[in-house]
Design a protein around this ligand. Structure first.
Ligand SMILES: Nc1ncnc2c1ncn2[C@@H]1O[C@H](COP(=O)(O)OP(=O)(O)OP(=O)(O)O)[C@@H](O)[C@H]1O
Ligand SMILES: Cc1ncsc1CCO
Ligand SMILES: [Mg+2]
Length: 267
């Protein structure tokens, strides 16, 4: 029997009942994110138009919003979708890509945070900047360590009543009261564009499986990436072969394997 809070039980549940995940993500990420969800056993749908995003969020198991490639019309779609998710009791995940890089991004993230994301997932520079401090992020790439972002992550979790996940060499997840670190993955992961964006969509898939357990859902997604990333890196020659090996490793992951291989440590 898996432990009550084992990440593997959520992997098993996802493969038994594939959730529909509404992803508003960027042009760079759409393909890899959809393939990541299919590999994990979920049904992705990339739907951003303001005319339909609200309606679609109501029928999905969870919503994810990523501000990577923004426009005014997309922001309206994001607001319609987040409001609809809240109205319909669906969890939603925010990925504040490079929100420190322009006024448009800063305003957009401020507006979305007011709509109460269930989970916020970002790299270290993005989470440090969410706390109001100066980050060293360069465009969409982090230039800070996860360790430097941990205290801010706790503050942000408490301030916004959300689970906060900071990703990097060793990931950190907190809801303000509890926290874990997740080891694994590979330095090849930030060499493949939009893997973080794809992870945000996978967090949404697990949140659809366990809407009452956003902390455990987030840990299950990050642990899946850590274990699949480590496995793919063992045979990869570089970012190109890592990318397809990673999809294969994710597709081959089952609950038992994840529970045996995941390195999740309470902090
Ligand atoms: N140095 C590293 N070693 C191991 N795993 C890593 C490393 N850097 C990132 N990862 C893993 O890569 C995945 C994506 O996290 P990352 O922090 O790179 O996201 P991101 O910066 O938002 O990416 P992107 O914006 O390109 O989508 C996570 O699973 C994370 O654990
Ligand atoms: C490269 C890039 N530019 C905008 S979004 C994105 C994907 C990684 O965040
Ligand atoms: Mg990112």
């Amino acid at each position: 029997m898996p432990k009550q809070n084992s990440p593997g039980r959520l992997v098993t549940a996802m493969r038994a009942t594939p959730p529909l995940v509404h992803c508003i993500t960027n042009y760079v990420a759409m393909n890899i994110a959809a393939n990541v969800l299919l590999a994990a056993g979920a049904s992705p749908a990339m739907v951003h138009a303001e005319e339909e995003a609200g309606e679609f969020a109501a029928i999905a198991g969870a919503l994810t919003i990523n501000i990577g490639t923004l426009s005014a019309s997309w922001v309206k779609g994001m607001h319609n979708a987040a409001r609809s998710a809240a109205r319909n009791g669906k969890p939603w995940v925010l990925d504040p890509v490079a929100h420190y890089a322009s006024g448009f991004r800063r305003e957009t993230v401020a507006g979305l945070i007011d709509l109460n994301p269930t989970i916020i997932r970002g790299n270290a520079s993005e989470i440090i900047a969410l706390g109001g401090a100066e980050s060293r992020g360069q465009g969409v790439d982090s230039r800070d360590t996860v360790e430097q972002a941990e205290e801010t992550a706790r503050d942000v979790a408490i301030q916004y009543g959300a689970v906060v996940a900071v990703t990097g060499a060793v990931d950190f997840v907190t809801d303000g009261a509890n926290a874990v670190r997740i080891a694994g993955g590979s330095p090849l992961m930030p060499q493949v564009t939009a893997l973080g964006c794809a992870l945000t969509c996978l967090v949404g898939a697990f949140a659809a499986i366990a809407p009452e357990e956003p902390f455990d859902a987030t840990v299950a997604a990050l642990a899946s990436f850590a274990v699949a990333g480590e496995k793919a890196a063992a045979l990869a020659d570089g970012p190109g072969s890592f990318s397809w090996r990673f999809l294969d490793a994710l597709a081959g992951l089952d609950g038992t394997t994840l529970d045996a291989a995941a390195r999740v440590t309470p902090v």
